[in-house]
Structures are given as structure tokens and as C-alpha cells.
Design a protein around this ligand. Structure first.
Ligand code: ADE
Length: 239
């Protein structure tokens, strides 16, 4: 997977991606990351990337031309076709199903805005999709782009040590995850649930599924409304 990120703060993206799972995937060449700064595509002496909004009002708007030039340069830097994704609170809300779709693509161009937003004509002419990471406002799209990069990269083939762990995550089967425990067996009187020490894999799987269902019911009933259990899980509950 190749990520091209159009941003006024490339170091934010590069630096944050150096850690953990994304850092390792980049080192191994399982993912590629290239940044494009619209400021490098300006033509005036002051390298202007923003301007006052037509119609007045507070804040500034990102100018269309430097962004357009940066997006086009990113597009042309690789022969494979790329969807251009703009991160904004007006976009469709990101979920695991969207992340899985992204992970099957060869490349993505992620556009991070700053200020009050970008000139709408840029959105109309260059952007294929608009996505939000949640109903709150960030001061720029960089953290949202990093969220996409992280969530997608960990799904790429060979990236996680345990392929299983990506399949068992929260949200993957439409459920929240079950609780996890590691040593010691007791902390301040709180013991690890006995079933996890039993060695009975079937019983453990059933307990975990029940925990996941219970948590989802208590914390995210909206997810349960849409849930369809697969055959393996259905059988587990019947035993
Ligand atoms: N930019 C600012 N806020 C955002 C959000 N919630 N999601 C994606 N991009 C954003």
C-alpha cells in the first residue's frame, strides 16, 4: 500500500508513523509513505497557502491552486490509480468496514486540510471521497490521516505478527472485543477469570464471545441491532 499525504505539516505525518506497527511496516516496505506540501507548489514570494474567505467571516481558507498542484504531483508520482480522500468533519464517518475496503487498494492520496477548510472548488474538482473520523472538530486533517494510515496498515498482509489478532479485534465481527488478561493471576485480590486458566479452548472461546456480546449490549447497543453472528459463533453459543 502506498500512502501519499498532502499536508502543510509533513513532519507530523512522517514522525508519528515511525512508531510501532506502522513504523515496522514502512521499514519492511509493506507500506510506503510519501508527503506533499502544498507550500512547495506556490508561485508567490510569500509562498501563500491560505486567504480570507469570500463573503467574510472569521478564519482563513486554503487556496485551491497549491493544493491542486500538490495532489496532481502525488497522482503522477506513481502509475497505479489512486482515490483522492479528503479528511474533514463533513465526510462520511469512518468505520472498520471502510478501513477494510481501503486496505484492499494499491494506493491512497490523503488530503489534510487546515484553517476553516479548503476552497470548495478544489473539493469538487480533485476529491473522490470525503471521510470524517468522528463528530468533533480537529484543527487539521493530519491526525485523521494518521488514523487512516494506522488502521489500514495493520490490516495489510503480513504486517501483524499474529494474523489472527486483526481478525479478532473489536468491530471486526461487528462486536466489541472481550477483556484481556496477562500475568500475574491476581492483582490486589482481582483474579483472572478461572475459565482462561482452564486450558479448555472451546470454553474459553464461548466465554470470550459472551463477554463481547455483553459489552456490546451494554456499551454499544447500536452495533447489536445490525449484528449477524456467523455459523461458528452461533454454534458456540448453543453448546
Ligand atoms: N479535520 C478536522 N476535523 C476532522 C474530523 N473530525 N475528521 C476528519 N478530518 C477532520
Amino acid at each position: 500500500m502506498r500512502f501519499d499525504v498532502v499536508t502543510l505539516f509533513p513532519q507530523m505525518i512522517v514522525e508519528a508513523s515511525r512508531y510501532g506497527v506502522t513504523g515496522r511496516a514502512l521499514e519492511r516496505g509493506q507500506a510506503e509513505l510519501v508527503t506533499w506540501n502544498p507550500r512547495d507548489f506556490t508561485r508567490d514570494r510569500h509562498r501563500t497557502v491560505d486567504d480570507r474567505p469570500y463573503g467574510g467571516g472569521p478564519g482563513m481558507v486554503m487556496k485551491a491552486e497549491p493544493l491542486r498542484a500538490a495532489i496532481r504531483a502525488a497522482r503522477e508520482a506513481d502509475a497505479r490509480p489512486a482515490r483522492v480522500v479528503y479528511l474533514s468533519p463533513q465526510g462520511r464517518k469512518l468505520d472498520q468496514a471502510a478501513v477494510e475496503t481501503f486496505s484492499r487498494r494499491a494506493r491512497m492520496i490523503l488530503v489534510a486540510g487546515r484553517y476553516e477548510g479548503v476552497d470548495e472548488r478544489l473539493v469538487e474538482s480533485e476529491i473522490d471521497e470525503e471521510w470524517s473520523i468522528g463528530d468533533y472538530v480537529l484543527s487539521g486533517g493530519e491526525l485523521a490521516a494518521l488514523v487512516v494510515i494506522d488502521a489500514v496498515t495493520r490490516l495489510l498482509p503480513g504486517v501483524l505478527h499474529h494474523e489472527e489478532s486483526a481478525r479478532q479485534d473489536s468491530h471486526v465481527a461487528g462486536l466489541l472485543d472481550h477483556p484481556h488478561y496477562t500475568r500475574p493471576e491476581e492483582i490486589d485480590g482481582r483474579r483472572v477469570p478461572q475459565v482462561l486458566l482452564s486450558g479448555d479452548h472451546q470454553a474459553i472461546a464461548r466465554w470470550r464471545l459472551k463477554q463481547a456480546l455483553g459489552r456490546t449490549w451494554l456499551r454499544r447497543p447500536d452495533l447489536l441491532a445490525r449484528l449477524e453472528l456467523d455459523e461458528t459463533r452461533r454454534q458456540l453459543l448453543e453448546e
